[in-house]
Design a protein around this ligand. Sequence first.
Ligand code: KIV
Length: 262
Amino acid sequence: MTGPEKAAAIARRKASGPPVTMLTAYDYPTARLFDAAGVDILLVGDSLGMVVLGYPDTTHVTMDQMLHHVAAVARAKPKALVIGDFSIGSYPDPATALANARRLIGAGAEAVKLEGGVRQADKVRTIVGAGIPVCGHLGMLPQRVLEEGGYRKKGKTPEQSAALLEGAQALVEAGVFAIVLESVVPATAEWISSQIAVPTIGIGSGGHTCDGEVSVATDLIGTFPWFVPPFAKPEANLAPQITAAAAAFCERVQRVPAPHLG
Ligand code: KIV
């Protein structure tokens, strides 16, 4: 299936189910392992900045870094749809957004994702018009974390909820095939999901409030123990096993002195 065909099949899940599954992946082995599990979408998210590159937030990530990791995931040739995230500042206007969408596709992405609602509609329309599927992202927008002074829940008031719905409708009208809802109050996430024609994919927005769910890979498998978001639902805790394996290696190598030391 082509990228647009995979994206269209995801969009149809709004009506048919089952819920859409999305996991982040940033490298070849993780992409292969997650794909073998049958996940629908592999997102090369700019969370890369924190959980792989060691930055404090996503605002340090560059397009070159995104391209490097999109290419690694694409080399796994997954059945899942590969979405490449735009890095911060890489989609300031429709022409630049399209040029950078083409770079992500050139690196192996089959669709792209950007943050924001009404103000992104023209960019989405331009990218979709060029045949590239676009996923939206509303609610808490990590690329705005410095302006907003932290990670806060969205959709707490009727005004905030109405603004989120307006953004979602603008994105749908512009042609997105799905929308990530991040850190949206569960009742609002459920309400928006009931109002729009494309699947919503929730993170930090309550369980079973959206048409699907996304997890950051390291939250799922427990390989980034230094920060685990409160909404994370780990299915494995690999960090201690990795440290134990490294310690076992050190112990095995150092147990016997090097031959010349007798
Ligand atoms: O970058 C990312 O991992 C994301 C998810 C949190 C949806 O955008």
